[in-house]
Each structure stands twice: as structure tokens, then as C-alpha cells.
Design a binder for this molecule. Sequence first.
Ligand code: GLN
Length: 189
Amino acid sequence: MRVGVLALQGDVREHAAALSAAGAEVVPVKRVGDLDGLDGIVLPGGESTTMGKLLTLFDLLEPLRSRIADGLPAYGTCAGMILLAAEVLDGRHDQKLLGGLDITVRRNAFGSQVHSFEQDLVVEGVGDVHGVFIRAPWVERAGPAVDVLARVGEHPVAVRSGHLLATSFHPELTGDGRMHAYFVSMMTA
Ligand code: GLN
């Protein structure tokens, strides 16, 4: 399996390490040619507004949007979840998204006081996971085809719809490779 990691900004190295450990060949994606031959792509955490700008600047926004719409498996963590969302609340007015996943996310949803926290979660299909949340979004609306895999309180923080997976938290920071292994198994299916 050949997996791209969007490498414009954010925690690219941590995702690359977790994907290699899951047995995938990892390709950093910086330009449109890097999309050739990918079996899937990971959109890392970082800053979604900056990533949107860089996607535009590097002429990747439309090509990646159409690859994802055509069925390229994608896994977005935190800012990456925002990029995959159909709609963002509390975003910038000109914020660019890739879309594809029928969810509305609220950016920085856990509030200005508690930017970061850690919480144990049960992720359906994966098991007990230690969730690291850093200025994380939550899912405010999930469409009928979207499965909620985990919640914090009533708010979904892990969702899957077909070939698309998104988590508010950062499994690449915990050394627990099971979310990445789950994504690799989605690509193989
Ligand atoms: N709050 C960031 C954003 O809006 C996401 C934070 C993260 O990826 N850790 O993009």
C-alpha cells in the first residue's frame, strides 16, 4: 500500500512513522505529481486555514478534491478532519476545504480555556484509544451515511463514511498504531 501524507504543514513526520509501522510505503505529498499511484492519503493535524491556503498556492486543492471525490481513501486528523468536512463553523470566512465527508465540524470546538486535553475513548472497530486533543474540532452534524465511531460527551470525535475516516484527536502522537492500521485496512478492503 502506497500512502501519501499531505506535507505542506503540520505533523507530517509522526504520521509517516505510524504508517510505515503499519506496513505502508509513505509518500510526502507536496505537488500534484505526488498524487500519482497513491492508494490513500493522510491529512495531518496543524492549522486548517493555513493548509487551505497552501493547498491553493501549490495547485493541489482541486486535484486532491477530485481524487477524494473519485474514491481515494483519506484519513484526516484534527485540522485534516476540518479539511475533509463539507462545512466548517467558526472557520475563516475564506477558508478552503477539500470536502467529501458529509459532516459539519466546529473548529476549536472545545473552547478557548481548554485548548488541549487527553481522554480515553472507545473507538468502534478499533478499541480503547487514548485521545490527544489539541485545539480540536468536533462534529456538529453527521449525514445519514456517516458512522460515528467515538464521542466525547455527545459530540462525535471519530467518524467514517465509506473510504473517508476522520478523528478530532491525534493518534500519531501516542505511539499507538491502531488507528493507522485501521486506515490501512480500509485501503486494502
Ligand atoms: N484548530 C486547528 C485548526 O483549526 C486544528 C488543530 C490541530 O490540528 N491540532 O485547524
